[in-house]
Structure formats: C-alpha cells, structure tokens
Design a protein around this ligand. Structure first.
Ligand code: ADP
Ligand code: MG
Length: 366
C-alpha cells in the first residue's frame, strides 16, 4: 500500500492579477525539486511556515505535467490488479475541479479524462498483444456524497431519492452502494458523453442549494475487468473531487450550513486519519468511520493513493490555506516548522526521509 501527498498551487486568475501572492513552492536544497510550500505566519509576516510534501507543483504546472508525474505511473499497477485512488483536497476555489475534471480543450483536460484515455489505450494494447485472448472491459459509476448521503450522478435528478442510496456489506467484507448505476464504457468519446451529462445533472440538481458542489464529494469509479479464458482480474480507479475544506462556520452559521459543515469536517478528518495510518504502515486503518472511506475501502487492499492538495496563492485564503496545509501535512507525518531564513530552512526533512512508498513489495498479484 502506498500513499503520496502532493501540493499544487494554482496561478492567479485574470481577475486576480493585482493581488498579492503569499504561497510559494520551494525546494529543500538549491536547485532541487520542489517539495516545500512556504506561507507567511499570519501573526508575524516576517516569518514563514513551511510544509513538506512528496512533491509540490507550482503555478506554471500544466495539466499534462501533473498527470504524467502523479497519475500515469500508476496505470501499470491498475492493470496488474491494484486499486488506484486519487483525491483532490482543498479550499473551494483552489483548483480541485480544474485538477480532476479540467476544461474541454485538449491541453486543459484534467486527471479524469486523461486517466480514462490512458486506460483505453493500455486496454487496447493488452488485447492486441495477447492476440485477442485477453479482453478488457471498463465500466463507470459516478456518485456524490452530500451530508453523508449517497446520490447516483448517472441517474437523472428526478429519479433520485432524497434519502440517498443505502450501503450494503458484501460477503467479502467490502461495502458497496446498493443500486448504484454501473455503465459500460467502450471508448473516450463514450466516456466524455456520459461524464458531461452526469456533471450537467449535478448542476441542475444543485440549483436549489447554493454552491452545493463545493459541499459534496464527487466520486468517479472506473472498474476495470480483464478476462483471459476463465481468469478474471478486476481493479478500480477512483477519482475524487472532495468537498471544500474551508470552515463554513466562519462565514455563515445557518442551520443547514452547520449540518453540512459537520458532515464535511468529519469525513475529511477521517480521510486524513486514514492517509496518516496508511503512511505509517498501521494495520488498523479507521476507514469504517466515514461513509466515503468505507465505500472506498481505503487502505483495505494493497492499492495506491495519491492526495493532491490544491492551493490558491491569495492572501484572502490565508487561514483556510494554513488549515488545509496542516491537515495534509499531518497526513504525511511531517512537522510544521517555523522558519526565519534559509539556514534554518535546510532543516526541513527532505523528500524520502519519510518514505511512504515502501509497501510496493508487499503487493500480491491477483
Ligand atoms: P475548486 O473546485 O477547488 O472550487 P476550481 O477548480 O473551480 O476550484 O478552480 C477555481 C478557478 O480557478 C476556476 O476558474 C478554475 O478554472 C481556475 N483554476 C484552478 N486551477 C487552475 C490552474 N492550474 N490553471 C488555470 N486556472 C485554474
Ligand atoms: Mg470544485
């Protein structure tokens, strides 16, 4: 089982061009790769806080670079039968949806369409190389968790019960969402049609709720089935656009918001605890303690998890950014250090000193 926790700083948008940038990517050694995020101490701006990650991507990072560095390397494992889970975590407005979904233009496409494209390409190659003996099947589920209820995004909104879908424990101990649509998908065009339609559904359903999408977790599950004779190998890639991590209580204390906020805080807290436990190599992962981590069986199979912390460089996000940095770097067990200058700065642990990817050798082929 392996976990990577990486940060991505988004650029200033056109309308923010005159704003201050307070979040910076840095390296542990001059000329080294970016592994550190620096942000001023809000109580004393002469001082910086620094947070270390497996990797840090600055504002110039393209969608392609992020995918090539953090997701593409796991496609092979996915086809070997391991589950791959990619989370986008962060405050609303920091680029989670941009990172996962992205724009329609080819260069703007996010992790999800690129992942699907990679899956189809590799699947075709496997079938071809096996002389047609191995067939590869891809199916999709897409759902959201809102206030701890599960809603199927492949169903039109009018067919969704407001109670959400129930969970069911299977004989093998896994938890599944009962009645969740699973749709076969044959190529990238097929996927895009389904995905765009489902995202439109999500928006339509959300008009009654202000900014609903930032308060729900959207989970896309790609189920991969490889069949060779009577041998079947199954694995899942999950891509999750998490609810915004900001503290809603600070801006609005309406009752509905408080309920949402409590549900979001609980599930994000459990998620960070799971990631922390996995990175420590613990036997016990507290995945049963939230619906999201339970459905994902996070940490229950020898899979790969990548958590992308999205950051906006703006001063107006200062406190929320700090709190999201605290949560994710705790997930990676790296201490926050106050630093005043470059000399102290060198004491920040380097990437590799908290190796998280050591569990690969334990993976068993199916
Ligand atoms: P979130 O899903 O975290 O609320 P969004 O993905 O909607 O945030 O991003 C907020 C805004 O910033 C959007 O207009 C988005 O297009 C833009 N944005 C985010 N990340 C980038 C990036 N890396 N490059 C260019 N624009 C970005
Ligand atoms: Mg979003």
């Amino acid at each position: 089982m392996s976990v990577r926790v990486v940060a991505r700083i988004r650029p200033l948008l056109d309308k923010e061009a005159d704003k201050d940038t307070i979040v910076r990517a840095d390296s542990a050694e001059p000329g080294g790769p970016h592994t550190i995020v620096r942000i001023p101490n809000p109580r004393n701006e002469a001082e910086d806080f620094s947070f270390a990650f497996n990797s840090v991507y600055d504002q110039s990072t393209t969608q392609e670079t992020l995918f090539t560095s953090e997701v593409a390397p796991h496609l092979k494992s996915l086809f070997q039968g391991f589950d791959v889970t990619i989370f986008a975590y962060g405050v609303t407005g920091t680029g989670k949806t941009h990172t996962m979904r992205g724009g329609l233009k080819l260069a703007d496409r996010g992790v999800i369409p690129r992942l699907l494209s990679g899956v189809f390409r590799r699947g075709k190659k496997i079938t071809k190389d096996s002389g047609g003996k191995t067939t590869v099947h891809v199916s999709l589920s897409y759902y959201e968790i809102y206030n701890d209820k599960v809603f199927d995004l492949l169903e039109p909104p009018e067919n969704r019960s407001s109670l959400g879908l129930p969970l069911r424990a299977e004989a093998n101990g896994k938890t599944v969402v009962a009645g969740l649509t699973e749709r076969a998908c044959v190529d990238l065009k097929d996927f895009e049609k389904m995905y765009i339609e489902a995202n439109n559904n999500r928006v339509t359903a959300a008009t009654k709720l202000n900014a609903h999408s930032s308060r729900s977790h959207a989970i896309l599950r790609v189920k991969l089935t490889q069949v060779t004779g009577d041998m079947v190998r199954q694995s899942t890639a999950s891509a999750i656009d998490l609810a915004g991590s900001e503290d809603n209580r600070r801006t609005d204390n309406g009752k509905e918001r408080l309920v949402e906020s409590a549900a979001i805080n609980k599930s994000l807290f459990v998620l960070s605890q799971c990631i922390e436990a996995i990175s420590r190599g613990d036997k016990r992962i507290p995945y049963r303690e939230s619906k999201m981590t339970r459905i994902l069986s996070l940490g229950q199979n020898n899979g790969i998890t990548v958590m992308i912390l999205n950051l906006a460089p703006l001063r107006s996000y200062h406190l929320d950014t700090l709190s999201s940095l605290n949560v994710s770097s705790r997930a990676k067990r790296i201490e926050v250090r106050e630093i005043e200058n470059e000399v102290v700065f060198k004491q920040v642990p380097k990437q590799g000193s908290h190796s998280l990817a050591s569990g690969n050798a334990q993976r068993q082929p199916l």
